[in-house]
Design a protein around this ligand. Structure first.
Ligand code: ZN
Ligand code: ZN
Length: 151
């Protein structure tokens, strides 16, 4: 994710499609695009960031997410593919919020942070090989042992 893509709302421009924020309310955001993809990811990194469960992620074009309040804290690390991956969370309450990587032009929003979590409908299951036996892997949608095809 590009730093500049998480710009602050300076004026009401594009139509707001979804809103969300963290549990404590310190960070609020609005999204102005339809999601490109909605994925359930069972990878080990997502297990760490969720507390064990798979991550439910909405993927938007870069620049669609606008911060309305607060600032997410970003954690960057090198993934198995060698790319720098970023995931962020509220510095006060720890709610997982956004993600991205240096190799992609999209922004990830974690479904649990949406004001209306029903807006998430998974379309793919990823990294199913990494799922522990107690994960429910949704095989009613296309599913992949590792990363899926590019969104
Ligand atoms: Zn918070
Ligand atoms: Zn993952």
């Amino acid at each position: 994710m590009q730093e500049a893509s998480l710009k602050r709302a300076s004026h009401a421009d594009a139509q707001v499609h979804l809103t969300g924020g963290c549990q404590c309310g310190a960070v609020r955001y609005a999204v102005t695009d339809e999601p490109i993809m909605a994925a359930t990811c069972h990878c080990r990194d997502c297990q760490y960031s969720s507390g064990g469960a798979p991550a439910h992620a909405l993927i938007f074009p870069a620049g669609s997410v606008t911060l309305l309040r607060g600032q997410a804290r970003e954690h960057r690390y090198k993934s198995d593919s060698g790319h720098i991956v970023m995931r962020s969370f509220c510095p006060d309450c720890g709610t997982p919020l956004f993600g991205g990587s240096d190799s992609t032009t999209y922004e990830v929003v974690r479904a649990g942070s949406l004001d209306d979590p029903e807006a998430f409908h998974t379309r793919v299951s990823l990294w199913t090989d990494s799922a522990p036996s107690w994960h429910h892997v949704d095989k009613s949608v296309p599913h992949f042992p590792k990363n899926g095809p590019p969104a």
